[in-house]
Design a protein around this ligand. Sequence first.
Ligand SMILES: C[S@@+](CC[C@H](N)C(=O)[O-])C[C@H]1O[C@@H](n2cnc3c(N)ncnc32)[C@H](O)[C@@H]1O
Length: 246
Amino acid sequence: MSLINISRAYDQGVAEYDSSMRSDHWMRRMIWRQCKHAFKAGDHILDLGCGTGIDSYHLLKQGMKVTALDASKAMLESHKKKYHGGENIEFQQGDLTQLEGLPNDHFDGVVSSFAALNTVDDWPQWQRQVNAILKPKAQIVFHMLNAGDIWQDSERRQQTEREIAINGQPVRHYFHNANQLYHDILAENFNLKYSCQFSFLLPYAKRYRLPSWINLALGELENLIGRLSNFEQTGRFVLMRLQKRD
Ligand SMILES: C[S@@+](CC[C@H](N)C(=O)[O-])C[C@H]1O[C@@H](n2cnc3c(N)ncnc32)[C@H](O)[C@@H]1O
């Protein structure tokens, strides 16, 4: 995993980033619903791969304190410009796979959305680091690309890693069967509170062009059936909520 590639890729796309995410707002609502279950006003939340701060800002508006971490200087600058001046936010340019510089037993929660965690190449290490910085009973809400997107060909579905071109820059991404990831690695320190596949009822490229109300309705349906074990390996994305044990 090269942090330079990541920051270069996202630095270049910052101007269009927010508008490119609008068609995914239906999925963002699902992420925020899980945040509502996990976090409360006054909590200190770490937003990993915060980008331009769409989630950070949402959490700030709910009365939380946020540490926003990202590799991309330009993404952080855009985030700061929008939400500058508040005492409840601090920014860190850094690597979300190397969290040992953060204080132990400190955060009430972690959020990470839209594939930032697909750059994690060592999940056992990541799991131990996140466990260390969280308080007991703290929750993690994470959303990332899934290994099993049924709309991709079978070769792609088998791949556990590949380079994805982001703004023309190759960035290595790692893919997992989310439930296996939980049972093999995350279950050591966390209880699973919620796991759901998203974006499987239609190919993502079609989904992208649908009116937002149709995507919202399809998202609600996926929120029901995407949790069933029959749909375990179907979604382009997976959304999970975990709670640290005492
Ligand atoms: C697709 S964007 C998602 C941004 C934001 N979470 C959102 O939902 O809009 C992925 C972000 O994760 C950051 N990122 C990816 N891998 C990272 C890493 N290993 N360390 C720090 N930031 C990373 C990128 O710089 C980028 O801003």
